[in-house]
Structure formats: C-alpha cells, structure tokens
Design a protein around this ligand. Structure first.
Ligand SMILES: NC(=O)c1ccc[n+]([C@@H]2O[C@H](COP(=O)([O-])OP(=O)(O)OC[C@H]3O[C@@H](n4cnc5c(N)ncnc54)[C@H](O)[C@@H]3O)[C@@H](O)[C@H]2O)c1
Length: 405
C-alpha cells in the first residue's frame, strides 16, 4: 500500500515506519519536526533497507497535505500531535489548534484526495480515572486535562466522519504506556528537556544524566504503594499498527482497540527491572502523590487479540534492555570529539558496546535482553551511598500527571 504517516519521525511513528517498510509498503512521512529529528528517518531507512518519502510540513497546512497526498495514498496513520500533559495545561489553545485543528485538516484532505482508511493514535488517557481495571474499550471516557480532551475530541470527530461517510474505515488505537526502543539501538524515545514519562526518566538516571527519580506517592493501595501502569514495547505497538491497517482494508466504520499487555507494573518494579537490565543504580526520591494521578491503570487488550489478531510479545526485561541499549547508543552519539576518555558518557558507551558485540544487529540473539554483568558504578552511584538509594522528601508537588497512557 501507499501509506501516509503523519508524525512519522517521532518515537512511535519511526518504529512503525520501519515495520511498514519491511512489510513492503511505500511510506510517505509528513512531519514538522517540532518534537523529532530527520536523523530518525535516516535511521529508519537504514534499518529497513528501503527509502521513504519525507515531507517536512505541518498537518495544519493544506499545501503540505496536498504534497503528501500527491501521487496517490491508500491509507493514513495519524501520529502527529503534541503530547505533554503539563504543557497542555499551560498552553491549551496550542494543543487544540495542533491536535484538533491538524486532525480536521487531515480528514478534509483525505476526503478531497479520496482516501478512506485511517489509523489514529489515541491514548488510555481518555479513560481518566477508570472505575475498574483492567479497562475495556466501553469504559466511561472522562478526560482530566487538555491533552486528553484533544484525544477524546479527535476520536469523536473521526467517529462522526465515519458516520457521515459510509465508505470510510477508521481504527482508533488507545495506547497504554509505550516504552523501549528498536532492538538495534538506532531509534528510540528522545525527549527534549526533562522527560515526561517514567521510562526515559529512569534511563537518564541510570545513565547519570539525572541524579534521581522522583516517585510520586508510595501510599497507593497497590502491593508496594506506588502507581501501577500497563507498559508495552514500542515494537509491539508498531506491529499493532500494521494489523490495524489490514483491518481497515476489510471493513468500513469506526472501531476502537486498547493496546497494552494487560499486565501492570508498579514504578518500583519498573525501577528494579531497569536496574537489572542496565546494571546501574536508579536512586529514587519518594515525593507526595501528584494531583490527578491514579493508583492503577491497565488495559484489557482482549478485543485487539480477538479482532485484530494482535498480542504483545515483548516482556518487561526486553522493554528495559532495549531502552537501556538505546540510551547507551544515544549517549555515544552525544560524545563530542573533545570528550576526555573516562568521562561518564564514554564509560557508558564502552560498557554498552561490550555488552552488545556486533553493534548494529539485534543485541539480543535469543530475543532476550542482555543483562548486566560487571558494570562499573556510575557517577550517580558514586555520589549516592547505597543506604540513600531510596529516600523521601516532604516537598509538596502540584504537577499534574503526565501522559501515562
Ligand atoms: N508516547 C506515549 O506515551 C503516547 C501514549 C499514548 C498516545 N500517544 C500518541 O501517539 C502519537 C505519537 O506519539 P509519540 O510518543 O511518538 O510522540 P512524538 O512527539 O515523538 O511524535 C509526534 C510527531 O508528530 C510531529 N508533529 C506534531 N505536531 C505536528 C504537526 N502539526 N504537523 C506535523 N507533524 C507534527 C512531531 O514532530 C513528532 O515527530 C501522538 O499522537 C501521541 O499523542 C503517545
């Protein structure tokens, strides 16, 4: 198929593009690079061994859309959006304009160019504070922040469009918590500034980029008191898009699917898994609960399994192992020629390369992550004695929840 992937240079989009190219599709990416880099697309093409067409442009710009649709497009995967909850609270109009405005413009262009198939990136954030877990697709939708509202409104607009145009086939995919990276370490999540999500934060603490992880609340009604979420490997998520695409070919109307593993992990379980995968300490600071955070949110993914034939395959160790390999490779890329041997970053690179001989291929020959053996203590470990690895602070925190869905 000829596919248009909006936001294809971003975290989830880039991984999906690799799989789509490998599956033999022709891919056009439309991305304004507001939260990504064209380097990711170079790497996508290297990994897939196949070129794609890149249009640097905005989904709100009609000329850019017309360029993207020129030559014929069979289906669209729509990732392009702003996604930071905190930022959406501070700048709601930017979020409405970019996310909702962009989606309306995209649907208008699809209509004009006679394209009827759409796969849409939604989020578990539309469930807000779910009454029961695991959450099914028919659970009440109640968003708690402007970002979530944009996702809900976009879902509703797409549903209305499908009702008005019986030839349209749309799939709304509600992601839970995508983590990990391509097993090659060439592409992964690269947040600008302070990460909003848990895993990149943990990875940066393990790498010594940040001194410790703030854990918001250890008094939730969960086994270890910290919040539980449903994490899934980004490669599993990418695979789900390929399945959703097939599904749009076979039917019309609008359908919705949860994408998660169905298994929840607490913050402290994630930290422990990451320490195993990286061989590095991840010091934690316990802080008060954040307003709007909930104890537990996990998916019931059975509908995706039964209808799309999709099921998550990567386990927690693979999620952490691949995220760590990416973090390590990313740090290598950041080493400047002036870096002195023995600095934290170069030490990290050496460790990662030793752990992943034959760099560039899958570092997990058996599909399993390569676990740590004998890493040197990181700069952080040296600074923080083991007894202080997890500590608490009374400092009040008023942040709202990030996009955990
Ligand atoms: N990562 C998550 O935790 C998560 C969870 C649930 C849902 N989602 C949704 O999945 C989608 C992809 O998320 P991601 O994590 O890959 O984010 P990302 O920021 O890495 O990717 C989004 C991409 O869209 C581009 N973009 C944004 N606005 C654009 C515009 N107006 N025109 C053209 N390009 C634009 C950005 O430059 C970026 O490359 C988003 O819609 C997000 O809301 C993400």
């Amino acid at each position: 198929m000829n596919l248009l992937v909006t936001g294809g240079a971003g975290y989830i989009g880039s991984h999906t593009c690799v799989l789509l190219l490998e599956a033999g599709h022709d891919v056009t990416v439309l991305d304004n690079l507001c939260n990504s880099s064209a380097i990711a697309l170079d790497r996508v093409q290297q990994l897939a061994g196949k070129p794609l067409r890149f249009i640097e442009g905005d989904v709100r710009n009609r000329d850019d859309l017309d360029k993207a649709f020129a030559g014929g497009i069979d289906a669209v995967i729509h990732f392009a959006a702003l996604k930071a909850v905190g930022e959406s609270c501070a700048q709601p109009l930017d979020y409405f304009d970019n996310n909702i405005g962009g989606t309306i413009g995209l649907m208008q262009a699809m209509e004009q160019h006679g394209v009827d198939r759409l796969v849409f990136s939604s989020s578990a954030t539309v469930y807000g504070q779910a009454d029961t877990v695991p959450v099914k697709e028919d659970a009440p939708l109640r968003v708690t922040n402007p970002y979530g509202r944009t996702k809900l409104v976009m879902e509703q607009l797409i549903q209305d469009w499908c009702t008005a145009r019986p030839s349209v086939s749309a799939v709304l995919l509600r992601y839970f918590n995508p983590v990990g990276a391509h097993p090659s370490g060439k592409i992964g999540e690269n947040p600008r500034g302070e990460p909003n999500n848990l895993m990149p934060y943990v990875a940066q603490v393990a790498a010594g980029v940040r001194p410790f992880l703030r854990v918001f609340g250890n008094d939730y009604p969960t086994p270890d008191g910290t919040g539980i979420r449903d994490y899934l490997h980004v490669m599993d998520l990418a695979e789900a898009h390929a399945k959703a695409l097939e599904y749009t070919v076979a039917r019309t109307g609008c359908d919705v699917f949860n994408l998660g593993t169905g298994r929840g992990y607490s913050v402290l379980e994630m930290v422990a898994a990451f320490e195993r995968a990286s061989g590095r300490a991840v010091p934690c600071e316990i802080q008060p609960r954040r307003q709007g955070d909930i104890a537990e949110l996990t998916a019931d993914p059975s509908r995706a399994r039964n209808v799309l034939g999709w099921e998550a395959r990567y386990d927690l160790d693979a999620m952490c192992g691949d995220a760590w390999w990416w973090q390590s490779m990313e740090s290598c890329d950041l080493v400047s020629p002036e870096s002195q041997p023995g600095t934290m970053v170069t030490t990290l690179c050496r460790t990662a390369q030793a752990r992943h001989p034959g760099e560039g291929g899958d570092p997990r020959p058996s599909g399993k992550p390569i676990l740590n053996v004998d890493d040197q203590p990181s700069a952080v470990e040296k600074r923080l004695p083991p007894s202080r690895k997890c500590f608490t602070t009374a400092k009040p925190v008023n942040d709202v929840a990030e996009d955990r869905g």
